[in-house]
Design a protein around this ligand. Sequence first.
Ligand code: SF4
Length: 405
Amino acid sequence: MSKKVRHVLGISGGKDSAALALYLKDKYPEIEMEYYYCDTGEELPETYDLLNNIEGILGKKIIRLSPFENNDRSPFDKLYEDFRGYLPSSEARWCTKKLKLEPFEKFVGDDPVVSYVGIRGDEDREGYISKKSNIQSIFPFRKNIWSEDVIQKVLQNDAIPFMAAFYNEYAEERKLTRLLETINRPLSFSFRQLQKLNALLDADVKLFNAAVFAFLKTTGYPLAVVEEFPLVDNDEVLVRDDIFRILRDSSVGVPKYYEKIPFEVNGKKGEYARSRSGCYFCFFQQKIEWVWLFENHLEDFLKAELYEKGDYTWMQGETLRELIGVPYQDEHGNEILLCEVEEEHGIKKVIWINHEILAKRNAVRTDEIKEDYIKKASKGNKSTSLYLLDILDDSEGEGCAACFI
Ligand code: SF4
């Protein structure tokens, strides 16, 4: 007997996955969803608040996944030790692999799984998702809800007879001739897969979805054994504004770190925030976000700074101390400590902060970053937006389904 297909949705702590959970629960309550969250132990406090709020609304536990059974230390720190102080970076992203993808794949095991991913209709990316064959990703916010591998199979030239037969049987009479022209035209240098996909989606999203769903029955994908899949009939496309609306309309609200905070630097006014969820020390942060962290989450900034040793730094070419203008040693060559931290049950707490040295810091660099940022923001035409991510246009591009959605 074939195994039951599981439906899973990862809540990353970001706005898009939270909105997706609410959207699907509202629109498709019949889907028996399992919610999970991969905890690095190093998230912003707002992320943990969001998880608690959303759990209340979903009326279901969000399963916390960790690579370790014993959570006496933060999962990130245990791995950091294994990697001997080698910090993750966009080139060596062991954190996502070890703390997000692997625990997720273990949670799923060999079960056939449909995994719902909150990539929006206004994004052009697939994210960093699991490629295991028993896990099928679905993107409900996009016009094209299917993953790239499925689309490749459905639109390959070998699948033309199947697709043509399906369209022949189910397409509306008035559209049939044109649709069959598109279906029967083989892919080539002058007719690429994306062109074919867009032509079929533009003609009729629901019909295309139905054809893909029927095609999947001939494959080993998890949806092959599902009798009905309600998302086949979904032709809604949701973009960034829709996500904020869903969150605002619910009692979950928009995670606080997205909301801009005003600042003033050398007589100029600006606003800053954080553009995404994820670990407070995430190396994908932009400089202005590090300044935001320093000025609004001092303890998290200081904890991040403690990781920097020798050549291992969060940013290339600049340490966090350089950024905030505090030296490593005093005039006698003694090491300057910025804080002390205690850890209990995997939760780190800053128990002492060197406020004296911080009060004397050289703010030239942080001021410069703020001024540059104001300049950049004023050039864009979206500066009236409430959110930093509307100004940092590329801020979400490098993200991944596991951390930031
Ligand atoms: S948020 Fe950033 S640092 Fe944390 S796991 Fe994801 S990529 Fe790594």
